[in-house]
Design a protein around this ligand. Structure first.
Ligand SMILES: Nc1ncnc2c1ncn2[C@@H]1O[C@H](COP(=O)(O)OP(=O)(O)OP(=O)(O)O)[C@@H](O)[C@H]1O
Length: 274
């Protein structure tokens, strides 16, 4: 279970700016993340979504601004302390070390134990097996990760993040390699963990419809800034999509009032991208 951290804000970014080689990439970003909340981060290619995630868990160092995890300054935490608070599933990991699926997932326990393989306890092994089962990966347990498909490997990375038992989970297009069945399966598993354990999730995504039905709030980025942030119905609007993506789409709403779009190639050509 995720250790309780009270009901205060889990993650707070205040006026966070980041440059790549003096070229501004993030500009004065402000975001809060509550316990038990899924926050989607959307926006055009190159708008700064992945950079924002990497800055918020300390992989990149902000030029200015403050990032707090459960009330503690990110800068005051050691890498291991951060790993106990935030688990990260990368967009496309180059990690293809000669490990079995079980070993690769067990590595997620490192931040909890600080021990090498020999030092893991029975509960580490049990948790690893449970998470592999929950993600329907039990049949791959002894398979080398080098012999997995892209989608299977993506699920292994998710399993590794789950066994970290961190209260905040960052997903960088974590379902981009998955078919629609596995995408929905993963979203449901994460949603259940959010409801059961109060996990907080920040998820970079591109699919407006999946984001609208899965996220509690959505931040839409444009050119390194948070252009708008709010509930799906507030931010998935025709005007905002047009302004941010430069395309003209009709936004519909389902019976529960959740917005969705039906992209058509001809509609997408109406307005050229800025
Ligand atoms: N390592 C890097 N060095 C220099 N510039 C970078 C680096 N990584 C990203 N950039 C630039 O920073 C900007 C934001 O990149 P980032 O990957 O954060 O965007 P993104 O919104 O996640 O894009 P996408 O949707 O295409 O994944 C882009 O202009 C990109 O070219």
């Amino acid at each position: 279970m995720i250790s309780g951290e009270g009901s205060a804000i889990r993650l707070r970014a205040r006026d966070v700016s980041f440059d790549y080689h003096l070229r501004p990439c993030l500009k004065k970003i402000g975001l809060d993340l509550l316990p038990g909340e899924i926050l989607g981060v959307l926006g055009p290619n190159g708008s700064g979504k992945s950079t924002l995630l990497k800055t918020m868990f300390g992989h990149l160092k902000a030029r200015e601004g403050e990032i707090e995890l459960a009330g503690l300054s990110l800068e005051s935490l050691t890498p291991r302390e951060r790993a106990r608070k935030v688990a990260f599933v990368p967009q496309n990991s180059g990690l293809r070390a000669p490990l079995t699926v079980f070993q690769a997932v067990l590595m997620g326990r490192y931040s909890r134990k600080g021990l090498r393989f020999g030092g893991y306890s029975g509960s580490d092994f049990r948790l690893t097996r449970e998470v592999l089962r929950d993600l329907s990966l039990s049949e791959f347990i002894h398979r080398p990760v080098t012999e997995l498909s892209g989608g299977e490997f993506q699920k292994v990375l998710l399993a590794r993040a789950f066994v970290q038992e961190a209260p905040v989970l960052f997903l960088d297009e974590a379902t981009s390699n998955l078919d629609i069945h596995h995408t929905l399966e993963i979203m449901e598993i994460v949603k259940n963990k959010v409801a059961r354990e109060g996990l907080s999730v920040v998820s970079v995504m591109h699919d407006l419809n999946l984001a609208a039905s899965w996220c509690d709030r959505i931040a839409i980025m444009k050119a390194g800034e948070v252009f708008v942030c709010g509930e799906p119905g507030q931010v998935i609007t025709r005007e905002i999509i047009r302004e941010v993506y430069g395309v003209s789409l009709v936004v519909h709403h389902d019976q529960e009032g959740i917005p969705y779009v039906l992209p058509r190639v001809s509609a997408a050509r109406e307005v050229s991208c800025a």
